[in-house]
Every structure is written in C-alpha cells, then in structure tokens.
Design a binder for this molecule. Structure first.
Ligand SMILES: N[C@@H](CCC(=O)N[C@@H](CS)C(=O)NCC(=O)O)C(=O)O
Length: 234
C-alpha cells in the first residue's frame, strides 16, 4: 500500500492518457527504472510513465503481476509485448529504436557491451546495494558498519576497474555512449552524493561529468533521492 500522500506532480505523471504504444512502469527513484527512462529519452521514444512501487504501491496488484510475476519494477510494455529486467529492457530499446548507435548487432562488438551489463549486475550493483541499502536506507542503529566498509571497498574496486576501461576512452566502449554506460553509470550520482567519501578516480569524474551534461541523465539519474533515506522497506 502507498504509505505517503501523492503530490500534485506525481498524480500528473500517472494521469498521462493510457493510449501510448509504449509504457514504462516504475517509480523514478528506482535506479533500475532510471536506466530505462534515461535511454528512452536518449532514443527520443514517446512513452507514458506510470509511477509504481515504493510509496506508490501497485507491484502486488493482479494487473501488474500479470505483466511481471516477479512483482518488480521496471516493466516495459511495447504494444502487446511485455519486457522486464532493467538490463534486458535497455537492450531491447536500444535494439529496437537505437539505429545501432547504443548497441551493435555484430556478435563480437555486442559482447563488448553485454559483458558490462552482466558485470554491472554481478559485481557493481551488489557493491552499490551494500552501500545504498546497508548505509543510506538503513536507520543508523540497525547498520552493520563492517559490512558497509566492505561494500565501500568493493565499490571502489569496481570504480577502479571502470577507470582502467575508460583509459583513452570517453565512454565505456568507445567515443560514444552505449548501453554499457547506462547499466554502469546509473550508480555514479548516488555513490558520489552519499557522505561516505567514496573515492572516484579522475577519469571516472570526467566520465560522470560527460554523462551529467546529457539532458536525459541529468533529468532522471541526477534526481533527488532523499525520500529513501532510512526507508528500509521498498
Ligand atoms: N534485477 C531486476 C531488479 C528489480 C528490482 O529489484 N526492482 C526494485 C526497485 S530497484 C523493486 O521492484 N522494488 C520494489 C518497489 O520499488 O516497490 C532489474 O534489474 O530489473
């Protein structure tokens, strides 16, 4: 159940007429939803955005579970097609609407972006969650300081691996952004804004700066997330 009153702005987002071919379901404060909103705007896709999950509720409703039995956001509806899992969605959007600019159809070139999508889930997201949930979303009296320290160290190790990849490159796989930047870059704002002094190598900061200058990143990823502080439930 939603636990807070919806603001006028939230209601406006939810009342976009339901006649769009493409609908994106998920609260904008979810980093997984932000990946989808970010790339959808980069690709100039016209879509309706439905705030679902967290204080908005709705992920336990039969209509939503019929789309995603896992009860998780984000979910994309493209006409009659339903797609879930954030990295699968960004790949689908890039493949369908990106003219080959955000992901290649060549198997080897594709593997070079795909591996960062897999790595982002296997390593970076786990470390990020240890910081974001373990520290930011957990009330101080319930925090496990040792586990937080380990997660900070793991985040710094992931950032170092990205920094090595970014040596002589503007973006993760070359001179243009790709889905690899979306899957990995979505964590930068929160890691830099949380007061844990997470060390960011110089070229990570330069990459972050390049992303921040992109209107879609700035709009969705650089958004306020303070409503999640100390909120240890979805
Ligand atoms: N691996 C999934 C994770 C999905 C997930 O855990 N989403 C969270 C938000 S980041 C969620 O649905 N939480 C429930 C809620 O917000 O109500 C993905 O990448 O899409």
């Amino acid at each position: 159940m939603p636990s807070a009153k919806l603001s006028k702005k939230d209601v406006q987002i939810n009342t976009i007429p339901p006649n769009h071919d493409i609908e994106i379901y998920g609260r904008h404060t979810s980093y997984n939803v932000q990946k989808v909103l970010w790339i959808a705007d980069e690709l100039d896709i016209v879509y309706a955005h439905k705030q679902i999950g967290g204080r908005f509720g709705g992920t336990d409703q039969p209509d939503f579970l019929a789309m995603n039995p896992a009860g998780k956001i984000p979910v994309l509806r493209d006409k009659q097609r339903i797609i879930w899992e954030s990295n699968t969605i960004i790949r689908y959007l890039a493949d369908s609407y990106g003219n080959g600019e955000w992901i290649s159809s060549d198997p080897y070139k594709r593997s070079q972006t795909d591996r960062w999508l897999d790595w982002s889930i296997d390593r970076f997201e786990k470390a990020f969650v240890g910081v974001f949930w373990g520290y930011y979303r957990t009330p101080p009296e319930k925090q496990n300081k040792k586990a937080i320290k380990q997660s900070v160290a793991e985040c710094e190790s992931c950032l170092l691996q990205l920094a090595i990849q970014l040596d002589n490159r503007h973006y993760i796989t070359g001179d243009r952004p790709s889905v690899a930047d979306v899957a990995t870059g979505v964590f930068l704002h929160r890691l830099s804004a949380i007061d844990l002094n997470i060390s960011m190598p110089d070229n990570i900061m330069q990459w972050f700066d390049r992303l921040r200058h992109r209107p879609a990143f700035s709009k969705w990823v650089m958004s306020d997330f303070t409503e999640l502080k100390g909120r240890s439930v979805d």
